[in-house]
Ligand binder design. Structure first.
Ligand SMILES: Nc1ncnc2c1ncn2[C@@H]1O[C@H](COP(=O)(O)OP(=O)(O)OP(=O)(O)O)[C@@H](O)[C@H]1O
Ligand SMILES: [Mg+2]
Length: 146
């Protein structure tokens, strides 16, 4: 499914729809060029899950974990990863035991990522939009995103 994201309200609505389906063990891959809106969507998902603290872009720490009333969510930004093997030190397996993960720049460690993720490809060329691809259980997003 592809949706247009003309403003941050649209990003918030998409974040709410994704948050509503998110469960422990889930991975959301946030792809797209610099400035395409990956962090904004991660913030929208976290806000919908009840995170009210500031969500910085984890550019230097590479990962920041948030407690939500439902489960923990780890927000990764792999832009500065030099080699996919560095992901092994960032605790993704442990994070997925009890929580979910949102991963910006997953291309940096594609070979190390679990299968079955929801991929959101953000684009910001002539208009902002998001293309979503994932296993069947994510297909109901189409009916929850309005
Ligand atoms: N739906 C939207 N409508 C309008 N502006 C948006 C939207 N989504 C994001 N932006 C704006 O685009 C800018 C970049 O967004 P963001 O930081 O989320 O990009 P990013 O993909 O995470 O970039 P990076 O690759 O550097 O991490 C922000 O200033 C944000 O306000
Ligand atoms: Mg970002």
């Amino acid at each position: 499914m592809t949706v247009t994201l003309p403003d941050l309200a649209a990003t918030a609505a998409l974040g709410t729809a994704i948050a509503g389906q998110l469960a422990p063990g889930d991975v959301v891959l946030l792809k797209g060029d610099l400035g395409s809106g990956k962090t904004m969507l991660a913030r929208a998902i976290l806000a919908a899950l009840g995170v009210d603290e500031t969500v910085p872009s984890p550019t230097f720490t590479l990962v920041q974990t948030y407690e939500t009333p439902r489960f923990a969510v780890s927000h990764y930004d792999l832009y500065r990863l030099k080699h996919p093997s560095e992901l092994d030190e960032l605790g993704l397996d442990e994070a997925l035991d009890n929580g979910a993960a949102l991963i910006e720049w997953p291309e940096r460690a594609e070979s190390r990522l679990p299968l079955g993720a929801l991929t959101v490809h953000l684009m910001a060329d002539h208009e902002r939009r998001a293309a979503l691809m994932g296993p069947a259980r994510w297909h109901s997003l189409e009916s929850t995103y309005v």
